[in-house]
Design a protein around this ligand. Structure first.
Ligand code: ATP
Length: 486
C-alpha cells in the first residue's frame, strides 16, 4: 500500500527548512554543536530583524507615549539583588540518580500530563510545592532519558538561572557580574534619567530590545528555549490605581500585534498565571499553537511598584515620580510590562506561515512548500528573475533590481526554469517575484517596459509598467491581507 505523505507542519520540517535555506544553524556544529545555542543565517538575520523592526514600529512609532532605550547587558550586581533575581530567579530541578540526567521538575510533570491527561496532580503545576512535585514524579514518571522504571530521583531543589562571572582579574564579591536574565532592569535603573532628560509625563512607556541570558536546565524544541535569546520588552509607568485598566488595554494591544502580522486568532490563546512571580499582581501569557502545542511567546505582567521601590531601597536613590498634574504629589509608579521573546516570535511566525500546498490541477497532486510571511517580515521582499540569461534579459533584470534596491530587500535568480525559481522563492516566503521577458525589452511590443509581478500567496500575475513598479509593490505591501490556510 502506498504510504500517505504527511503534509502538516512539524518542528522537524521547520528545523530542516531553516538549515537548508539559511535561516538558522546549530552553533558550533563542526564541534558537535553547542547546546542551546543557534546561529541565524543570511535569511534568518533579515527575518529576525524584520520582526524586531515591526515590534519597534508598533510599540514606539504607533504609541506617542512610548520611547526607546538600549541599556547595557552588564548592570551593577546590586541591580539583581534589588530585583529579586539573586534570591528568586530559579527553576525546580530534579535528577535521575541512575543516569544523572537532569530535568526541570515542573516541565517533566507537564510533559507527562500532556501525554497522560487521565493522570494529573489535580492542581496547576506552578502551584505545587517541591515535595508535591517529587511525590508525583516518584509515583508516575519513568526516567525519559534512560527509561528506568525504578524512579530513583533526587529531591527537587531550586536552580538559579543567572550566569555569573567576575569583571577583571579579581574574583571577589565586589567584582561579581551577571549576564542579564531580562532586559527590563536597565529600564528601571534609568527611570529617573529618562523622566528628566526627556521631560516624560506619566503615563509613558520605555521599549527595549536586546539579549538576555538564562542558564536553562534543559534546552528543548529548537530555538524555543535557549540560553541566549532576545527579548522585546516594554515597561509602561503609570499612576497606582490606573494600572488595572492599563493592563487590560496592553493585553488587547499586544494580542492585536500578532493578528496584524499574520497570526490567525485561532492559533493564539491566553494563559493566566495561577502562581504569580514575586513582583507581580497579575500576569497573562500569550501562547501560540506551535506544532508542539500551545506555548508562551509573550508575557504581560502587572509588576506593581515592586522594581522601582526595590531600587530605591537598595541604591538609596529616590525613584519616586513628582506628578505636576496632580499637585506635585510624589509616588512610586506602577509598571505594566509586555515581554515578548524575539526568537519565539521568529519560530511562531515561521510555523504560522508554513504550508505544503497542493497546487496540482484536475485531481493531480503537486505540492509546493510556501511561507505565507507578511511582506514586512519576509527576509526578501522582491526577487527579480530574467526569463532567460541571454539576449539582454539578464542585464535588464539586474538594472531593475538595482532600481528597487534602495527601497526593498531584493534577490536575483537566473538559474533553472522560472517555475523552479518561483518555488525556491515561495519556500523562503518572498511575496513578490518580478519576471523580465522579451516583451519587457522589445520596443514594438505593447508590453514594452513592463514586467510580470507574481504574487506568492495567490500565484496570480499582473503586468506592471516599470515606471510604476516601485509604487505598485508599495501598495501591495500596504494592502496585504494574511491568507487563511486550509
Ligand atoms: P518560560 O516559562 O517559557 O521559561 P518565562 O515565563 O520565564 O518563560 P519571561 O520571563 O516572561 O518568560 O520572558 C518573556 C519572554 O521571553 C517569554 O515569553 C519568551 O518568549 C522569552 N523567553 C524566556 N526564556 C526564554 C528562553 N530560555 N529561550 C527563548 N526565549 C525565552
Amino acid at each position: 500500500m502506498e504510504k500517505k505523505v504527511d503534509h502538516s507542519c512539524t518542528l522537524d520540517k521547520i528545523i530542516s527548512l531553516c538549515k537548508r535555506r539559511g535561516f538558522v544553524y546549530q552553533a558550533s556544529e563542526i564541534y558537535g554543536g553547542q547546546a542551546g545555542a543557534w546561529d541565524y543565517g543570511p535569511l534568518g538575520v533579515e527575518f529576525k530583524r524584520n520582526i524586531q523592526n515591526a515590534w519597534w514600529h508598533y510599540m514606539t512609532q504607533l504609541h506617542d507615549d512610548v520611547v526607546g532605550l538600549d541599556s547595557a547587558i552588564f548592570q551593577h550586581h546590586k541591580t539583581w539583588e534589588a530585583s529579586g533575581h539573586v534570591a528568586h530567579f530559579s527553576d525546580p530541578m530534579i535528577d535521575c540518580t541512575e543516569c544523572n540526567a537532569r530535568f526541570r521538575a515542573d516541565q517533566l510533570i507537564e510533559d507527562f500530563v500532556h501525554s497522560h491527561p487521565e493522570t494529573n496532580p489535580g492542581k496547576p503545576v506552578d502551584t505545587m510545592t517541591h515535595e508535591e512535585m517529587k511525590a508525583f514524579i516518584d509515583a508516575n514518571i519513568n526516567c525519559p532519558t534512560c527509561g528506568s522504571t525504578n524512579r530513583k530521583y533526587t529531591a527537587v531543589r531550586e536552580f538559579n538561572l543567572m550566569f555569573k562571572t567576575y569583571q577583571g582579574p579579581v574574583a571577589d564579591e565586589s567584582h561579581l557580574i551577571y549576564l542579564r536574565p531580562e532586559t527590563c532592569q536597565g529600564i528601571f535603573t534609568d527611570f529617573k534619567s529618562i523622566v528628566q532628560s526627556n521631560r516624560m509625563k506619566i503615563p509613558f512607556g520605555v521599549a527595549q530590545v536586546g539579549k538576555s541570558f538564562r542558564n536553562e536546565i534543559i534546552f528543548k524544541n529548537f530555538i524555543f528555549r535557549t540560553c541566549e535569546f532576545e527579548q522585546m520588552e516594554m515597561e509602561y509607568f503609570c499612576k497606582p490605581g490606573t494600572d488595572d485598566d492599563i493592563f487590560e488595554s496592553w493585553r488587547k494591544d499586544r494580542w492585536n500585534f500578532y493578528l496584524k502580522y499574520g497570526i490567525a486568532e485561532k492559533n493564539l490563546q491566553w494563559h493566566h498565571h495561577d502562581k504569580l512571580a514575586h513582583y507581580a499582581k497579575d500576569a497573562y501569557d500569550i501562547q501560540y499553537n506551535f506544532p508542539i502545542g500551545f506555548e508562551e511567546i509573550e508575557g504581560i505582567h502587572n509588576r506593581t511598584d515592586f522594581d522601582l521601590s526595590q531600587h530605591t531601597k537598595v541604591s538609596g536613590k529616590d525613584m519616586n515620580y513628582i506628578d505636576q498634574e496632580d499637585g506635585n504629589k510624589s509616588y512610586t509608579p506602577y509598571v505594566i510590562e509586555t515581554s515578548a521573546g524575539l526568537n519565539r516570535n521568529f519560530l511562531a511566525f515561521l510555523c504560522e506561515a508554513y504550508e505544503e500546498q497542493n497546487v496540482g490541477d484536475e485531481g493531480n497532486e503537486d505540492y509546493r512548500t510556501v511561507l505565507h510571511l507578511h511582506p514586512q517580515l519576509a527576509p526578501v521582499t522582491v526577487a527579480v528573475l530574467p526569463l532567460m540569461k541571454k539576449d539582454g534579459l539578464a542585464e535588464k533584470a539586474q538594472e531593475i533590481r538595482a532600481a528597487l534596491k534602495e527601497e526593498y530587500v531584493t534577490d536575483y535568480d537566473q538559474s533553472g526554469t522560472v517555475g523552479k525559481r518561483y518555488r525556491r522563492q515561495d519556500e523562503i516566503g518572498t511575496p513578490f517575484c518580478v519576471t523580465v521577458d522579451y516583451d519587457t525589452i522589445t520596443k514594438d511590443s505593447p508590453n514594452f517596459d513592463t514586467v510580470t509581478v507574481r504574487f506568492r500567496d495567490s500565484m496570480e500575475q499582473d503586468r506592471v509598467k516599470l515606471s510604476e513598479l516601485s509604487g505598485f509593490l508599495h501598495n501591495a505591501i500596504r494592502n496585504y491581507k494574511p491568507v487563511e490556510k486550509k
